[in-house]
Structures are given as C-alpha cells and as structure tokens.
Design a protein around this ligand. Structure first.
Ligand SMILES: NC(=O)c1ccc[n+]([C@@H]2O[C@H](COP(=O)([O-])OP(=O)(O)OC[C@H]3O[C@@H](n4cnc5c(N)ncnc54)[C@H](OP(=O)(O)O)[C@@H]3O)[C@@H](O)[C@H]2O)c1
Length: 258
C-alpha cells in the first residue's frame, strides 16, 4: 500500500477506541457495530435480545450489554460496565429507535407518545450524559445519533407525529450538546436516514404498494439498505470528521432533495 493511501485510510482507523452502539441486535445498529469493529474499535453492543447480542459480540470480539432503554436505571449501568470491561467509551452511536403507534396525530395515545419520546429522545440524552465524563477525561469523543427524514419533512401516508417529534428533537439535542461540549473536543452529530429495510419497515417492503410508494419518492434508483447508512456513521465516529459537529447528515437517496 502506498504511503498516501495509508495516510488517507488512517483517517477512518478506530484502533484503540471503545464504542457503544445501541440497537445492535438488528438492522442498522448491528451493521454499525460490525463496521466500527472492522475499523478497529472495541464495541459494546446494546439492546434487549441477549441471544442476538451474544452472537454479535462473539463475532466482533466485543461486549454484549443487555439493557432496556425504556428504563433509566438500566441505562445508568451501561457506561460503568463498558468502562470496566472494555475501557472508557469515546464513541456512542444511538441507533435504537422505534415507533409505538400508527394512529393519526389527533389520536396518538399518550402512552405511545411517552414510549416513543423515552426510547428515541430521552435514552440518547441519558447515554450521552453517561459517556460524557469518559470522553472528557479521554480528551474527546464522538456521539452519533440516528434520527430520520421524518424529523425533517412530513411523510405523506405514514402517520408518525410523536416519532417525527422525537427525531427532530435529536437534531436540537445535537446542536446544543455540540456547542456545550465542543470545548472538550466532544463532537455530536446526527444521521437522518431515509427508508431502508429492517424489522420496523419489513411490512412496507413486503407490500407491492409500499415498494412502489418508496420507488416513486426516492430519486436514486436502488433500494436503501442499512449498509447505505453505515458510511456516514463511521465517518462521523472518527478523525475523518474531526472538524464536524452539530450537524444532521441526511442519507436518503434524495428523498428530501425533491
Ligand atoms: N428502517 C428505516 O427505514 C429507518 C428510517 C429512518 C430512521 N430509522 C431509524 O434507524 C434506527 C435503527 O432502526 P432499524 O430500522 O435498524 O430498526 P430495527 O432493525 O427494528 O432495530 C431497532 C433496534 O432498537 C433496539 N431497541 C428497540 N427498543 C429497545 C429498547 N427498549 N431497549 C433497547 N433496545 C431497543 C432493538 O433491539 P431489541 O428489540 O433487541 O431491544 C433493535 O436492535 C432507529 O433509530 C430508527 O428510528 C430507520
């Protein structure tokens, strides 16, 4: 390999860093965990399904952390556990997320609204607070939140008011944390995916009407995949993005460019 290629690739090297990736039992979180490990990071993979985490942790030589992000008491244990077993975390990817109602805005049940905000917005804030002392002590770090284009634009035909609010909230959290924590060289960014196939969108992709709807609204010709989101997240995690903070990077095949 030529020296220039070495230097260029080193921008993406995460050797020696410890990362926490939520939502790692499936979809995007699992893909991100594998990519960060492939770039050299020690990765703590977090979700509720222990069997999947154990299998992934073994494959990436990482740490399985079983945690229900709806429970602040369980969240409080994450950073100390990771710090003790892998070392102080300096990368946090908040990829876990879900929606809990398909009702139109006027009918969203309070319980579903609260669960959505708890998982999609409160948990990322609590985890960011928990890793902050470790990142500060290490002289820097990177937090990457995963939001959605629905935090940017309304999505006709797929009602998701509380989900959209939670995802837009992540962008607000991102700019504020980025400014407050910049003095510690802790960068905070958000990646806003468009549609890709996963457990939460399977039914859309399994229906011919859904596929046609996605095709009609996505300028780039190929279907989005979790892998298509990974590049932006790995870039933001490491030194290649060392001067990027407070941003929401949209990865949507051009959906919001129309
Ligand atoms: N798929 C899309 O088209 C799309 C589009 C825009 C944005 N996004 C966002 O991308 C992120 C990843 O989604 P995905 O599509 O990859 O979905 P996914 O395959 O359903 O993965 C969601 C992950 O979140 C975890 N999770 C859910 N509730 C949890 C809880 N209470 N505690 C701990 N972990 C929990 C799940 O693990 P357990 O069930 O094992 O706990 C799973 O690993 C989400 O934030 C989603 O909002 C997705």
């Amino acid at each position: 390999m030529s020296a220039d290629r070495d230097t260029a690739l080193r921008l993406f090297d995460l050797t020696g860093r410890v990362a926490v990736v939520t939502g790692a039992s499936s979809g995007l979180g699992a893909a991100v965990a594998e990519a960060l490990a492939g770039l050299g990071a020690r990765v703590a993979v977090l979700a509720r399904r222990a069997d999947r985490l154990t299998e992934l942790a073994a494959r990436v030589d990482g740490l399985a952390v079983v945690c229900d992000l709806a429970d602040p008491e369980q969240i409080a244990i994450v950073a100390p556990t990771v710090a003790e077993q892998l070392g102080p975390p300096t990368i946090l990817v908040n990829a876990a997320g879900n929606r809990f109602t398909t009702e139109r805005a006027e009918d969203e049940p309070l319980d579903a609204v609260q669960r959505t905000l708890g998982l999609n917005l409160l948990a990322p804030l609590l985890l960011a607070q928990a890793v902050f002392p470790h990142m500060r002590a290490a002289g820097g770090g990177s937090v990457v939140n995963v939001s959605s284009i629905s935090g940017r634009v309304g999505i006709p035909g797929i009602p998701q008011a509380s989900y959209a609010a939670s995802k837009a909230g992540l962008s607000g959290l991102t700019t504020e944390l980025a400014v407050q924590w910049a003095r510690h060289s802790i960068r905070v960014n958000t990646v806003a995916p468009g549609f890709f196939r996963s457990e939460i969108t399977d039914s859309l992709y399994d229906s011919p009407r859904g596929v046609e709807y996605l095709r009609r609204n996505t300028p780039l010709p190929s279907e989005g995949t979790a892998r298509d989101m990974v590049g932006a997240i790995t870039w933001l995690s490491g030194d290649a993005a060392r001067y990027v903070t407070g941003q929401t990077i949209v990865v949507d095949g051009g959906w919001t460019a129309r």
